[in-house]
Design a protein around this ligand. Structure first.
Ligand SMILES: C[S@@+](CC[C@H](N)C(=O)[O-])C[C@H]1O[C@@H](n2cnc3c(N)ncnc32)[C@H](O)[C@@H]1O
Length: 291
């Protein structure tokens, strides 16, 4: 056997399930194909620990069996579970608060004026995880315009992971996770959550502004129309550089002229057309976007 072949068959983790570099490469390639997420070899033990739970639940005894399941006709659902297990869903209300200050002070006043005159306002939380980002956008809109629901204002919230979307749609959060929500907004737009004293429910008026949809940012986007602002934060860090550049271009094509793109604290946008407008906020100059 060559040394490359030997390495492929070498176990990575001495654990309950046999897990080789070959298994890792097959799983990394499937994840890349399905999501654009690039898994470096340094994540191999993390992949093992996250997927070991799936193997146990499915009653499988090796990663080879798991790969066979993924490649079988019955494997589509498991493909989604794999994405769910391997993606990082960390998020919180008003994460990177300067983005919401910028939205409130610089972007929303003109958009709301236009909405009140009959215009259309579209905002997109493009990797929304469990919904806190989309609801933070909605709360910022409602802070300036409590009857936003009477205008043509919509927030699209998308993520690849169906499990996080369920949480977003339910709109129930632990009180402890609402610390960053300003008191005034918390009192006005949350209500007690049935028999769960440690939880609060986001009110229907907030939910009504937000639509949750499953969407792979690196797949096709089955919707039309341009957005006035897109939040695409803390997701492209998991993609390789060509995938990142392609996504920034596609997002640029979905922004209105003068539209804003908000990105994560360690992300940078370097495709033509965008002008930085403060830390991790970009303004699109030039032609209107739209499909
Ligand atoms: C770390 S969370 C970021 C949540 C939120 N944007 C924030 O900044 O707080 C990353 C989210 O990106 C989602 N994600 C990963 N790859 C994706 C893809 N190809 N398309 C859409 N969403 C993806 C994950 O499911 C996860 O919910």
């Amino acid at each position: 056997m060559t040394s490359a072949a030997l390495r492929k068959a070498e176990p990575i983790v001495e654990g309950e399930f046999h897990f080789t570099w070959d298994d890792f490469a097959a799983i990394a390639s499937l994840l890349m194909e399905q999501t654009g997420i690039s898994l470096p070899e340094s994540k191999a033990t993390l992949v093992y620990s996250r997927l070991a739970k799936r193997l146990r639940r499915l009653g499988l005894t090796s990663f080879l069996q798991y790969r066979q399941l993924l490649n079988s006709p019955a494997g589509a659902d498991e493909g989604l579970a794999l994405v769910s297990a391997l993606t990082t869903n960390v998020t919180r209300f008003f994460r990177e608060p300067h983005h919401f200050d910028h939205l409130r002070q610089t972007v929303l006043p003109a958009l709301l004026e236009s909405a009140k005159a009959g215009g259309r306002v579209r905002l997109w939380s493009a990797a929304c995880s469990t919904g806190e980002e989309a609801y933070s956008i909605a709360l910022t809109v409602l802070e300036l315009c409590p009857n936003a629901n009477t205008y043509d204002i919509r927030i699209l919230a998308t993520d690849i992971d169906p499990d996080v979307l369920k949480v977003g749609r339910a709109g129930q959060y632990r009180h402890a996770s609402l610390e960053a929500v300003p008191d005034k907004l918390r009192q006005r737009w949350f209500e007690p959550c049935g028999e769960k004293p440690e939880w609060a429910s986001i009110k229907q008026d907030v939910k009504a502004l937000v639509s949750f949809r499953q969407l792979n940012l690196n797949g096709s986007w089955p919707f039309q129309g341009a957005f006035d602002a897109i939040f695409c934060r803390n997701v492209v860090i998991y993609f390789d550089e060509p995938t990142q550049a392609q996504l920034w271009q596609r997002l640029r094509d979905r922004l209105t002229s003068g539209g804003r793109l908000y990105v994560g604290h360690s992300e940078r946008v370097d495709v033509p057309g965008f002008r930085p407008e403060g830390h991790t906020v970009y303004r699109l100059d030039g032609q209107a976007g739209g499909a």
